[in-house]
Each structure stands twice: as C-alpha cells, then as structure tokens.
Write a protein that binds this ligand. Structure first.
Ligand SMILES: C[S@@+](CC[C@H](N)C(=O)[O-])C[C@H]1O[C@@H](n2cnc3c(N)ncnc32)[C@H](O)[C@@H]1O
Length: 219
C-alpha cells in the first residue's frame, strides 16, 4: 500500500505531467523525474536558504515549475543562456532540465542561494549548469550569451542596463513578467526596444503572465 508521502509525490507527478501535456512540451519520464527531484530539494532546503515564499508543494508545481516551463518554447533556439537573479533556480534550473543541450549560467548576489544551486547541479548531475556568485553588473565571461533571462528580478530598464554588456550582438533578453509592465517598457534605456510581447497561459495558474523580448535597436 502507498504511504501518504508516496501518494503526495504521485499527486505532484500527475499535476506536473498534466501541465506538461497542456503546454505540449516533449519531456521524457527522466526529465519529469528530475523536475520532481529539484522540487524536493527546494522543499527540503527552503527553510534553511529562504529560497521562495511559496511553501505548499502543489503550489510550487504550478507557480514555479509550470510557470517556468511555459516559457521554454521561447528558448528553444538558444544555446547559451544567462539567468540573472536566479534565486532558487527559476527559471534557470528548469531550463537546464528541459533543454539538456543548452548551456545555462545562473547568477545571484546571495551566496547561500548560489550554494543551493551548486548543490542542485551536483545532486541532479546537471553538467550544462554554471553558477556565479556576485552582481551581474560585475560579471565578465569570455563568451557572450545569446539569451539573457530573468524572473521576478528587477525593473526592465535595470535588467537591461546591468546585464547588456553580457549579451551577444544578435542576442536578446527574455524577461518573465506578470501583467505587461507598460511603465517599465517606457523607461527602457536608449538603444534597446521591446521586439515582442508573448502572453503565456500557465496550467493551474489564474494570473497573467507575459514574456517580454528585448533587443538592440538597429543603428
Ligand atoms: C525575487 S528574487 C527572484 C528569484 C528567482 N528568479 C525566482 O523567480 O524565484 C530576485 C533575486 O535577484 C538577486 N539579485 C538582486 N540584485 C542582483 C544583482 N545585481 N545581480 C545578481 N543578482 C541579483 C537577489 O539576490 C534575489 O535572489
């Protein structure tokens, strides 16, 4: 007979699988198991590392896993991605699991959060993940990124001005936002423009979600 803990995990797995099907994503059983392993690590270490205000496991599936997974199709052509202000790994860890050939870098200023991300990388054997500790303004990498992303990080203009030096010439920003931030768009620094606004529908989440694509203005 299944224990209540096993039954809980089965319920979480079912909600995740349903959401993945609704999003029409092609994720193997192994990838889905990795997502649940990541969720288990988030739950286990949240009290120590203060990674997320969401504490209910079922809510974590919708508000974190499916919320990040809904953005995956926008990243399909990217090979080198930076997640700025990654916190507990959203969307970076989810992208790394969903797109194993993508190199995913994550940066956060808070050492205990990047210690958690390093632990996730090691326990889930996510060899496509690189973790940086520090302010993105001070990050310097040999290769630039074709996509720089963030979720719940900063005003769009700060996001772009603090990390623009890391974006490849033909690269783009993908900001995960709630309602379309009209004021933030108006404050974008000169030389940058919103190229696309993509509404997202997150299974089980009754809230607005949008992806904002930002690129360089042609000179
Ligand atoms: C609200 S959290 C969002 C975490 C995660 N992206 C999510 O959606 O759950 C914002 C994160 O940005 C980090 N942060 C703030 N300023 C930063 C900077 N200049 N460079 C890198 N990370 C920064 C904070 O430490 C924090 O973990």
């Amino acid at each position: 007979m299944a224990t209540s803990k096993q039954a809980d995990m089965q319920q979480l797995a079912a909600v995740l699988a349903d959401g993945i099907a609704t999003l029409s994503l092609d994720l193997s059983q192994q990838q889905q198991a990795l997502l649940l392993d990541y969720l288990a690590l988030l739950l286990k270490w949240n009290t120590v590392y203060n990674l997320t205000a969401v504490r209910d496991p079922l809510q974590m599936v919708t508000h974190h896993l499916l919320d990040s997974l809904a953005a995956v199709p926008a990243f399909i052509s990217a090979s080198r991605v930076l997640d700025v202000g990654a916190g507990g790994g959203l969307p970076g860890i989810v992208l790394a699991i969903a797109c194993p050939t993508m190199q995913v870098h994550m940066i956060d200023t808070v050492h205990k959060k990047t210690a958690f991300l390093t632990q996730v990388r090691s326990q889930l054997r996510l060899m496509n993940v690189t973790v940086h500790t520090g302010r993105v303004e001070q990050l310097d990498t040999a290769d630039k990124f074709d996509v720089i992303t963030s979720r719940a990080f900063a005003d769009l203009s700060d996001f772009v001005s603090w990390s623009g030096h890391l974006l490849a010439d033909a690269g783009r920003f993908i900001a995960l936002k709630g309602v379309v931030p009209v004021d933030e768009i108006a404050r974008l620094p000169a030389g940058w423009k919103v190229t696309e606004v993509v509404p997202l529908c997150v299974p089980g989440l009754d809230a607005e979600r949008h992806l904002l694509m930002v690129g360089r203005e042609a000179t």
